[in-house]
Design a protein around this ligand. Structure first.
Ligand SMILES: [Fe+2]
Ligand SMILES: [Fe+2]
Length: 358
């Protein structure tokens, strides 16, 4: 079935409009008409057209100005315009095409020529519309598939991090519960931090459990030594930061890059006395500064092979004492101003079995 086309004929001479309508008399052509440029713009504003037959010499607003106006409007710029005019000088014809007309027919015109040109341009217009529609469908489909793919990749990354966190749990004296609480404390600090986005919060939450992933490379006799490490052993232990960096730095993925920063920098100290690089204040990435505080705080509040657990208050005292020494003073302030929220993580037994996918 032929599509129906809405055609607007703009001419200040009523007879010209009638002639055109009679010649183009087709069942699937619906005609509207306007007697000057202003009227034409008004009608185009309220009705959709597939083609405009436009006279040039008209009162109020001539055909060229109407054309300019339509081409400057996103809603109407695609509508094909055929100039139909007695103005046959070459400059006018050129101007008509320059302004964006698809055709320029001069009066008097051949009946068959007008019919053929109008039909051609309507067919082209229809083909363009179909193409545009199909492209949009295709774009939507591609976008949808990309989204599914991205979600799957993200899920894979999270699963791999979960698995690595479990491996750390099995090799280190630090338990899986510790890394999960560090993730929660880090997320809360990121949430309170004025410069961090929701995405940062989620990223640090997912990457923080990998802060000690480098311990996989450390000799278990050092890792599990139930006494204070010798200087040499401690030097070996420090390598868990640089070893992790060697592996993690290879990835360009956002989450692994964050894990790299955290694993490499979580033992740096605000005053520059940390390791492995001796970075200072804001030279330490905010992810590293946050996890440094979260890691130490949680380690203090829980029992280790070499120490007993400290009370919540004593642990907070230690964090405050080390403000501006070990820890970023701004983060310590956020911490002390919101102690009750951190106490919830400390108390929450459920935090011990948090699933990182949540
Ligand atoms: Fe560490
Ligand atoms: Fe830790």
């Amino acid at each position: 079935m032929n599509p129906t086309y809405n055609i607007l004929i703009v001419d200040d001479n009523e007879d010209n409009i009638k002639v055109a309508m009679n010649i183009l008399n087709r069942l699937n052509y619906n005609f509207s008409f306007a007697f000057d440029g202003i009227e034409a713009l008004e009608i185009i504003n309220i009705k959709d057209f597939d083609l405009i037959l436009l006279d040039v010499m008209m009162p109020k607003l001539d055909g060229f100005d109407v054309c300019k106006n339509l081409k400057n409007n996103d809603k109407t710029k695609e509508i094909p315009i055929i100039f139909l005019t007695a103005k046959s000088d070459i400059d006018s014809v050129s101007k008509g095409f320059e302004l964006g007309g698809v055709d320029y027919i001069t009066k008097p015109f051949q009946t068959k020529e007008l019919i053929a040109r109008v039909a051609n341009h309507l067919e082209l217009w229809q083909a363009k519309k179909v193409l545009k529609h199909n492209n949009l469908d295709l774009e939507t489909e591609i976008h949808h598939k990309n989204q599914i793919f991205a979600t799957e990749i993200e899920q894979d990354q999270k699963n791999i991090i979960d698995i690595l966190a479990e491996i750390i749990e099995s090799t280190s004296d630090e338990t899986g519960k510790h890394v999960k609480r560090v993730a929660k404390i880090s997320r809360l600090l990121a949430n309170l931090h004025s410069d961090m986005s929701e995405e940062d919060e989620q990223t640090i939450f997912l990457a923080a459990p990998l802060h000690d992933v480098g311990k996989i490379t450390i000799d278990t006799n050092i890792l599990h030594k139930p006494a204070k490490l010798t200087v040499e052993e401690f030097e070996k232990m420090k390598e868990h930061t640089t070893n992790a960096h060697k592996f993690l730095k290879k990835s360009k993925r956002k989450l692994i890059k964050a894990a790299d920063i955290i694993a490499y920098q979580h033992h740096e100290k605000w005053d520059g006395s940390g390791y492995p690089q001796g970075l200072k204040d804001k030279g330490i990435h905010v992810f590293g500064r946050i996890v440094a505080l979260a890691d130490v705080f949680d380690a203090l509040t829980h029992k280790r092979q070499y120490k007993n657990s400290w009370s919540f208050e004593d642990s907070v005292g230690y964090i405050i004492e080390n403000k501006g020494i070990h820890f970023d003073p701004y983060l310590v302030d956020l911490f002390t101003q919101n102690l009750e929220r951190f106490r919830e993580i400390f108390r929450d037994r459920k935090a011990n079995c948090v699933n990182l996918k949540n």
